[in-house]
Write a protein of this length. Sequence first.
Length: 329
Amino acid sequence: MKTIMFIFGGLALAAWSIFANPVEVGDVAWGRDHDLALQESKKTGKPVFVLFQEVPGCKGCRDFGKTVLTNPDLVNVIETNFVPLLIYNNRGGKDAELLRQYGEPSWNFQVVRFLDGDGRDIIPRRDRIWDIQSLSRRMAEVLAKTDRPIPAELRSLVMHLKSPAPMGQFANFPNTEEKQKTSAETPTAQVAFAQHCFWTGEMIYGGIDGVVSTEAGFLDGREVTLVDYDPKKVSLDRIVQEGRKNRVADKVYVQSQAQAGLAQGVPTGLLTPQYRKASESDQKRQLKGTPVAKLDLTPYQATKVNAWIRRDSGKALNYLTPEQLEAIR
């Protein structure tokens, strides 16, 4: 059990009390009192980190809790530098009132917003921020905008790490309006490709620039690779053609007719809720047996390192931080 006490006018208030967190909300010690969170923000200057979450939730909600909100560095930054507040988006009472107050839809995927002590958004609301890097970059943006220091562990999480640059190069990130704009993450799109071996699928698709994450899974009795990509950086047609060239695109499962129209040259189907993730032993198989396997990689790092570690180890290591490189020397 985890409890954090706050003192208001000599009265101790046990605002944060967590026991057996639902999987959808990770390991963060969440507060559940909206007014108390705003008071604490005014008192300390810390932004309020608000998670609107569905509990019990869908696979995406559970994965967000399991893969993002359990990262030890991220959890520590949230609890130390923000005032964590959890609002359920599928319950009545005070939660429903707060959904109406902030214009949030009910029964929705998770949304994180950052508020000041008056309940106003510090940066504009954004949807589909569902990975560690994207969330970390917004957290850094919020801290910079409120003139608060950005912890070293958050700086490390922020970087996509296409080169292991010294941390000092990011000393002022993001300290200008231009940097704040470029730090905003664009929404990703998702498809799944059927092939003979999802181990190979993850390796091939993960190596494509613009692909941000991959996952081994099953759909329609076939092995598939679930692919999240940034449509502003890579087209679905380019991904399809790369898959065809490497014989890992027997069929593509899409989420919309628009995507189906972009997938040229392969049969298409619908990416349905029947999709299921493969076992952990089948995930990022190229990493197994390498020194990198012992590292705590972000999903983006794991995707890219898994793609290159067997083909171009130098390129793979470019996605690691200096601290991670030191750990495997």
